[in-house]
Design a protein around this ligand. Structure first.
Ligand SMILES: [Zn+2]
Length: 269
């Protein structure tokens, strides 16, 4: 586990996108604990100095910036960025949380962009946003985007979605990837939102697993013998991005087939 955390697979900027109240901030804090717990990285002990400091509300290497809406916002941000030029005080990885990122004005956004382009040592930036469409596109494109969906839809469609979700889990458990295609068959462009949200949530969990943060993902997933490779995950992310953006004549079946095959490769070799 330590290997994943220290091997540099960690992207240096993340965007947690999703509706208010979908657990993004909590997840970011847990992620910091998971990266830095002294006793058991990947599965925070709750007792060591890092876990303890966080529980009592502060750690020198967890930096939270809430963009002020009055005064010179960019000066406040610069002060924060100046404070993180050197290595972290105690932690393996410092975390800089910016929330809500859509409150950054233009000059702050540019200052942040510069920091994302030349990040300080051992530092992960997490931007939290309820409305990523308001962010500077150049900032978004530098971030690995983790989507936090609102709670699952109920009623009609929920059953289909549950079926799709279990078909995906089946692949991760060692089943035939192309069996997923039977569930995808009736999909058309208007019905993509549900399956995409299932895959978004899954990718987020797989990504946390690849960082060694097994304690943050659903037990049924953590129990599978998975060794998600960051680069493989990134390929799947690109496919999802393509599906979300896709034009009328995009071949949905081919895209889902490729996702299914790549998911099948995430099992431990
Ligand atoms: Zn700990």
């Amino acid at each position: 586990m330590r290997h994943y955390i220290t091997s540099g697979h960690l992207p240096q900027s993340l965007l947690f996108a999703g509706a208010a109240g979908s657990g993004k901030t909590r997840q970011a804090m847990d992620f910091f604990k998971s990266l830095n717990c002294i006793e058991s990285p990947g599965s925070p002990c709750g007792r060591c100095a890092v876990c303890f400091k966080l529980r009592s509300g502060s750690h020198p290497d967890l930096v939270v910036f809430e963009p002020p809406v009055v005064g010179r916002q960019v000066d406040a941000l610069r002060e924060v960025l100046d404070g993180i030029r050197l290595r972290p005080f105690e932690a393996r990885q410092r975390l800089v949380l910016i929330e809500p990122a859509e409150d950054l004005n233009k000059s702050s956004s540019n200052a942040l962009l510069k920091a994302l382009e030349e990040p300080p040592p051992a530092t992960v930036f997490i931007l939290i946003s309820h409305n990523p469409a308001l962010l500077l596109p150049t900032i978004v494109s530098r971030c690995q985007v983790l989507r936090f969906a609102p709670s699952a839809p109920a009623g009609e469609g929920a059953a289909d979605l549950a079926e799709f979700r279990s078909a995906v889990r089946e692949i991760l458990a060692g089943g035939d990837p192309l069996a997923l295609m039977a569930k995808v068959q009736p999909l058309d462009r208007e019905e993509l939102a549900g399956p995409l949200s299932v895959l978004d949530a899954l990718l987020r969990d797989l990504w946390l697993l690849s960082c060694g943060a097994a304690s943050l993902v659903a037990a049924e997933l953590a129990g599978l013998d998975l060794r998600p490779d960051y680069y493989e995950l990134d390929e799947i992310w690109q496919l999802l991005r393509g599906l979300r953006r896709g034009g009328e004549n995009q071949n949905l079946k081919a895209a889902f087939a490729e996702i299914a095959i790549r998911l099948g490769r995430l099992r431990a070799a």
